[in-house]
Write a protein that binds this ligand. Structure first.
Ligand code: COA
Length: 259
């Protein structure tokens, strides 16, 4: 049984909650390991169709890597810690299931990095974002220098990375770091409604979109277009595509089976 994580599955949605509220859900080695186990289940359990990731309590999503562990590490351990977290976050990002971060408070350092490894971010109005690692004399270790510039552009990313400054949810929305800002008491409902809208669509098509954007952003335009065309062709061999197009012409709601 995980000790730092809650995993609830209902109606195809896995609700994963980082559960160390007394430490503002800081990511220690146990959280990373248990998050890895949760990702394995997300990857392999066909009953999981989408994921909502949030933090316990109302104050923090995740306030970063656990600073008490960082304080003890040497260079070999530091690199290993970074790579272990990066791997878990990357597996989540490439799980093939849509993942929405419901950011319910501070998303700092590893917390901002975890939110960025999710496909979509919905933030409560009181959420705060930042990469304050430089204030500790260290840099981001869980993907901050890689994902932040991809999301908000080089200049804005460097300003956040170099100053370590915190921004509020409205500013995070303005620069494209979050998709939506909602009242705190509506956060989970709004994230679930958004995920529900996504899950009404063809699951193979969703998976293809996730893969094409993930791989396509890292390659040339021509390679990205070829990947898209390959997906377009492959999806044309699915029952879901027949069902989706038939349902349109028959003016009814499609019933997708993921085949
Ligand atoms: N690692 C370990 N413990 C953390 C933590 C972290 N990243 N962030 C918060 N905590 C712990 C605090 O040490 C405190 O524990 P204690 O009650 O045993 O002393 C508890 O969580 C509550 O945090 P506290 O600092 O008292 O809350 P606050 O409201 O005064 O401040 C923050 C909130 C988020 C501004 C502040 O906790 C903070 O700056 N955290 C570190 C953020 C950071 O640098 N993250 C990047 C790490 S690489």
């Amino acid at each position: 049984m995980p000790t730092t994580l809650l995993f609830e599955l209902s109606d195809g949605i896995a609700r994963v909650t980082i559960n160390r509220p007394d430490k503002l859900n800081a990511l220690n080695a146990t959280v990373i390991s248990e998050l890895g186990d949760a990702v394995t289940r997300i990857e392999t359990d066909a009953a999981v169709r989408g994921v909502i990731l949030t933090g316990a309590g109302s104050k923090a999503f995740v306030a970063g890597a656990d600073i008490s562990e960082l304080a003890e590490q040497g260079p070999i351990e530091g690199k290993a810690r970074s790579m272990a977290g990066q791997l878990v976050f990357r597996r989540l990002e490439r799980s093939g299931k849509p993942v929405i971060a419901a950011v319910n408070g501070f998303a700092l350092g590893g917390g901002c990095e975890l939110a960025m490894a999710c496909h979509i971010r919905v933030a409560a109005e009181h959420a705060r974002f930042g990469q304050p690692e430089v204030k500790l004399g260290i840099g981001p270790g869980y993907g901050g220098t890689a994902r932040l510039p991809r999301l908000v552009g080089r200049g804005r990313a460097l300003e956040l990375l170099l100053t370590g400054a915190m921004i509020d949810a409205a500013e995070a929305f303005r620069i494209g770091l979050v998709n939506r800002v909602v009242p705190a008491d509506r956060l989970l409902a709004e994230a679930e409604a958004l995920l529900g809208t996504i899950l009404e669509n063809g699951p193979l098509a969703i998976r293809a979109c996730l893969e094409a954007v993930d791989a396509g952003l890292e390659t040339s335009l021509d390679q990205a277009l070829l990947l898209e065309a390959n997906h377009f062709g492959l999806l044309s061999a699915t029952e879901d595509m027949r069902e989706g197009t038939r349902a349109f012409t028959e003016k009814r709601k499609a019933v997708f089976k993921g085949v």
